[in-house]
Every structure is written in structure tokens, then in C-alpha cells.
Ligand binder design. Structure first.
Ligand SMILES: Cc1cc2nc3c(=O)[nH]c(=O)nc-3n(C[C@H](O)[C@H](O)[C@H](O)COP(=O)(O)OP(=O)(O)OC[C@H]3O[C@@H](n4cnc5c(N)ncnc54)[C@H](O)[C@@H]3O)c2cc1C
Ligand SMILES: *[C@@H]1O[C@H](CO)[C@@H](O)[C@H](O)[C@H]1NC(C)=O
Ligand SMILES: *[C@@H]1O[C@H](CO)[C@@H](O)[C@H](O)[C@H]1NC(C)=O
Length: 492
């Protein structure tokens, strides 16, 4: 009798480690990084639990049915096709991606067309190959180089102060929409970002960027999913306890009271989420370098306003239409509408033929998330009328649908993507610090970190985030294979 009790007791104790719910790894967040890590581990035979705070997979990739097809509220394009994980998965599954032309199509606030060839020539100027030492604010540097260029090549333009001011303001806005910054002087010329080769705007069009996730999760074409991967949506992680002792597991606690343990956890939440929650999310507190990195690296905001119409009213060949304000027109805009002067312009999204996507950035992007919907809609239609309608001599019809992104107000992203601010040159290791795992007392990595911000060369992208997910999955797989080797040595 006593013996039986002891057996039952020890069985109960052993259950969490050997039972059906024992996980090798818990992945926190199912964006590009987390989905890559979770699926690579599961495909390698590891038991994985993925906890995702939102009710969907994808994170900053969010494909939405809209207009007569699909549009993207988050990432829009695959940036480059050479050594791109996203592009490779698409082609392996015979998905035809399409290169989108983002040739600049400028319009002015008085309904006139600027000298298109000139604007295109100027927008193609690329000073990013030069790296002043010491690094400078990007806007200061570009302005200086731009003035040198026109002094040498377009001296007549020097007299047109209005044009120069308008054009530089536009360039500032364009920079912010690429960098996710609020002002181009918040960005440094110290440039470690590496672009992948090939076209920079490759679209999933009607397939939607969501297909990338369906492929990884083996759900594409009604695939059966992955046996070793359990996914819990609507499950916000509130605490991650890193053990010191090699015998203990990592504990992950959730807002709904759930608590899970595993040998390893991979954290993939955005830098914005880390900034807001790291002091309560991690026990014990994060090491000083990681806290410094979380503090010093910047995440900014890029946002979208997407409108659908009965049918397309714009010319078929519209590419990246850009709103260039004349100084006098800008002065007449009432203060409460200032944000309308900081909308870059936009493009027809390739997944929907009757929709237009407008882009915002920085503080204005945050404001556009908060403003009443009818105001954003009305003023954006007025912008389209002012810049394009008047120039094309058409009346922009009332939109049939409206969507906007909320990447900043969303508590599970708190920003769009990271950029290198003026402090970046002083903290050249910051992204590496973000990527360092937390170790137990035996030096084994237990809580690992992935995500866009932790990629030293390919940050701010979907492919870059995916690379970091693979990096951490590989870190674990190599370690486990190493351990298995040791056991074999012992066994024989
Ligand atoms: C408007 C916009 C346009 C962009 N355009 C492009 C583009 O054209 N091309 C490109 O390559 N990249 C683009 N990007 C960047 C790209 O989307 C991101 O770099 C990438 O998707 C980030 O992936 P991630 O896995 O690092 O983070 P995320 O996608 O943010 O994934 C993290 C996940 O963690 C979850 N999470 C957060 N907190 C918790 C918690 N406490 N518990 C559980 N789960 C949690 C989140 O819900 C999220 O799903 C764009 C981004 C935006 C916002
Ligand atoms: C990348 O795209 C270019 C242009 O469309 C094409 O010529 C090239 O073959 C592509 N490369 C790969 C690796 O698919
Ligand atoms: C750790 O595990 C080993 C082997 O299973 C055991 O001998 C040791 O007593 C454990 N230590 C603690 C503190 O649990």
C-alpha cells in the first residue's frame, strides 16, 4: 500500500516532464521571428508551445480582405529577392510574386504637375553610400550634399528657394516613411543596414503576405499544420522566469492565469513592447546591457490609411504618387489639419484593384491613429482631390471602404519598426545586446531573443525578423545535438 502511494506520487511529480503537455520550447509571439523559430523547432521534432497575445498570427504582417481583394496594414513588400527567406518560400511554393514599380509620380498642392523628370532625377540621388566621420544627422548631411549637387549641376535651381524648401521637406517625409522616424535629423548617417539584392518592392498581391505564415505553419493549400506545435492565441505573456539552477525549467505566466514550463523560451515581442514592459515581464530583471539597448534603440511609427472606391478613378499607370506642398498653400492649412501636410502620398496596393494606400509617419502617424474616423476619411479624400483630382481634372468619388493601421496604439506592437538614431554610433553593440540569451548558472541559454530589432544588418524587415527566428532555433538545435552527443559518450 505504502509502495503504491509512493509510486503514484512520483508519477504525479514526473508528469509535467514526461506527460503529453511537456514542451521543449515556448515561443512568445507569432510574428515573422516567432513563427520561423516555432516552426523550425517543431519541424526538427521538438515539442513547441507558441503563445500569441493577439487573436491572429502575423504580428506586424497583417493581410486584410478589403476592396475587391486583399490589402496589407503592416508589411507590404518583400525587400530584395537574393538570399531572402520570404522570397525563397514563395518561389518554392510556386507563388507568383509581382514587382511593384515605385517610380515617383509627384503632384503639387495647387493642382499643378511639377517638373516630373527633375523630381525623379533628384529623388534618385543616393548619398547613403557616403558615411561622414563622425556621423551626422541624416537630414543635415543630405541637405548639404543636395545643395552641392544642384550648385554643380543645376545652378538655375538655386534661385528657386521655394522649390528647394518644398523639395527638401518632401525628402524629409519620404525618409521618415522609409525609416519609421519622425524627422530625418533623428536618423544617423552611421549606416549598418544591408539591403538584399534585387527588386525592393516585391508584392504578394492577391495572395497576401499572410501566405508566408501559412507556408511556415504548413496550413497553405489546406495543409494539416505541424504536429509538434501547439498554438495558443489571445494569450498574453505577463512574466518570464529564468531559472538559475540547471535543473529548473523556464516558467512563463500569462494574463489569463495560465502558467507553462519548458527547458527554453524564445521571446520575440517588439522593441516597443520590451520598452513598455521589460521591468515586469522578466524575473530576475534583465542584465544592464540589455536594458541599455532597450532604452537606446528607437522604434518609430509608419502608418497607413487605406480607401476603397466603387472602381479605380486613377490612371492605370499610377505608381508612387507623392504630395508636394507649396509653402504658401501649407501656411493656409489650419493648425488642427497640420497632419494632412505630412501625408507622403501613396500607391495602389497590388492585392486590390479598387483601393489606394496612403502613408503616414512619426508623430503624425500616431495622431492619425487617434483622430475620429470620419475626419481622417474626409480629409484624405480632400487631399486626393487637391493633389490628384484637380491635376487630372476629375472629381474623386466618395470611398466605399476605410481602414487604418494602429501599430503605435496596439499594446502588442507599440511602434512599426526600429531605426538607427543619433545615439546608435555610441552603442554599436546595442542590437547584439538585444539578441543575447539569458543563461542559467551552468551557462546554458534558457531565455532567447529574436525579432526584427535584434538583427544587426537586416532590422526593420520581415526577412530580417525571420532570420533572427532561425538564428535562435539553430542555437537551440545545435546545443541539443551537442548534448545528445555527450549522452552518447556517457552511455557507451
Ligand atoms: C506599416 C508597416 C510597413 C512595413 N513594411 C514592410 C515591408 O514592406 N517589408 C518588410 O520587409 N518589412 C516591413 N515592415 C516591417 C516588418 O513588418 C517587421 O519588421 C516584422 O514583421 C517584425 O516581425 P517580428 O517577428 O520581429 O515582430 P512582430 O511581428 O511584432 O511579432 C511579435 C509578436 O509578439 C506578440 N506579442 C507582443 N507582446 C506579447 C505578449 N506579452 N505575449 C504574447 N505575445 C506578444 C505580438 O502580438 C506579435 O504577434 C513594415 C512594418 C509596418 C508596421
Ligand atoms: C530577382 O529579380 C530579378 C528581377 O526581377 C530577376 O532577374 C532575378 O532572376 C531574381 N533573382 C532570384 C534569385 O530570383
Ligand atoms: C539536479 O539533478 C541531478 C540529476 O538528476 C540530481 O542529482 C541533483 O540532486 C539535482 N539538484 C537539485 C538541486 O535539484
Amino acid at each position: 500500500m505504502l509502495l503504491l502511494l509512493v509510486c503514484v506520487f512520483s508519477l504525479a511529480v514526473a508528469a509535467p516532464a514526461d506527460g503529453p503537455h511537456a514542451y521543449d520550447t515556448i515561443v512568445i509571439g507569432l510574428g515573422s521571428a516567432g513563427t520561423t523559430a516555432a516552426t523550425e523547432l517543431a519541424r526538427s521534432g521538438r515539442k513547441v508551445l507558441a503563445l500569441e497575445a493577439q487573436g491572429r498570427v502575423g504580428g506586424r504582417v497583417h493581410t486584410v480582405p478589403f476592396g475587391d481583394g486583399f490589402v496589407e496594414l503592416g508589411a507590404e513588400w518583400i525587400h530584395g529577392n537574393v538570399s531572402s527567406r520570404t522570397y525563397a518560400l514563395a518561389t518554392e511554393h510556386n507563388i507568383d510574386t509581382k514587382v511593384q514599380s515605385l517610380m515617383l509620380d509627384p503632384y503639387r498642392s495647387d493642382g499643378t504637375k511639377p517638373d516630373v523628370a527633375l523630381v525623379r532625377e533628384l529623388v534618385d540621388l543616393d548619398f547613403t553610400e557616403e558615411h561622414p566621420d563622425p556621423p551626422e544627422p541624416l537630414g543635415t548631411f543630405v541637405t548639404k550634399k543636395f545643395m552641392e549637387y544642384i550648385t554643380k549641376n543645376k545652378p538655375d535651381l538655386l534661385k528657386d528657394h521655394d522649390f528647394i524648401t518644398e523639395y527638401l521637406e518632401f525628402w524629409n517625409l519620404l525618409t521618415n516613411n522609409l525609416e519609421s522616424s519622425n524627422d530625418w535629423n533623428d536618423v544617423t548617417t552611421w549606416d549598418v543596414y544591408e539591403q538584399l539584392g534585387g527588386p525592393q518592392a516585391i508584392s504578394w498581391h492577391r495572395h497576401g503576405y499572410k501566405t508566408f505564415f501559412e507556408i511556415m505553419l504548413n496550413n497553405y493549400n489546406n495543409g494539416p499544420g505541424l504536429q509538434n506545435l501547439d498554438i495558443k492565441l489571445n494569450t498574453e505573456v505577463t512574466r518570464i522566469i529564468t531559472p538559475q539552477h540547471p535543473n529548473e525549467t523556464v516558467t512563463v505566466q500569462c494574463k489569463d492565469g495560465g502558467s507553462y514550463t519548458a527547458r527554453h523560451a524564445i521571446v520575440t515581442v517588439s522593441l516597443g513592447v520590451l520598452k513598455a514592459t521589460h521591468t515586469t515581464l522578466f524575473s530576475p530583471p534583465l542584465p544592464p546591457e540589455k536594458q541599455t539597448a532597450i532604452d537606446k534603440v528607437s522604434i518609430g511609427v509608419v502608418g497607413k490609411v487605406i480607401l476603397s472606391f466603387e472602381k479605380a478613378w486613377w490612371p492605370k499607370d499610377v505608381t508612387l504618387f507623392a504630395f508636394i506642398w507649396k509653402g504658401d498653400d501649407k501656411k493656409k492649412v489650419p493648425a488642427e489639419d497640420y497632419w494632412t501636410t505630412r501625408i507622403l502620398g501613396g500607391h495602389p496596393p497590388m492585392g486590390s484593384s479598387n483601393s489606394l494606400t496612403l502613408w503616414t509617419s512619426g508623430e503624425v502617424a500616431k495622431q492619425v491613429e487617434r483622430l475620429p474616423e470620419d475626419i481622417v476619411k474626409t480629409k484624405c479624400v480632400a487631399l486626393l482631390q487637391r493633389f490628384m483630382g484637380d491635376s487630372l481634372k476629375i472629381t474623386v468619388p466618395a470611398p466605399t471602404g476605410f481602414l487604418r493601421s494602429t501599430w503605435y496604439s496596439n499594446p502588442y506592437t507599440r511602434g512599426s519598426y526600429t531605426y538607427d538614431n543619433l545615439e546608435a554610433p555610441r552603442y554599436p553593440l546595442a542590437r547584439k545586446w538585444l539578441s543575447y540569451p539569458l543563461l542559467d548558472s551552468a551557462g546554458e541559454p534558457r531565455v532567447l531573443f529574436a525579432g526584427e530589432a535584434t538583427n544587426e544588418r537586416h532590422f526593420s524587415t520581415v526577412h530580417g525578423a525571420s532570420e533572427t527566428g532561425r538564428r535562435e532555433a539553430e542555437r537551440l538545435l545545435l546545443m541539443i545535438r551537442g548534448e545528445a552527443g555527450n549522452h552518447n559518450v556517457k552511455d557507451f
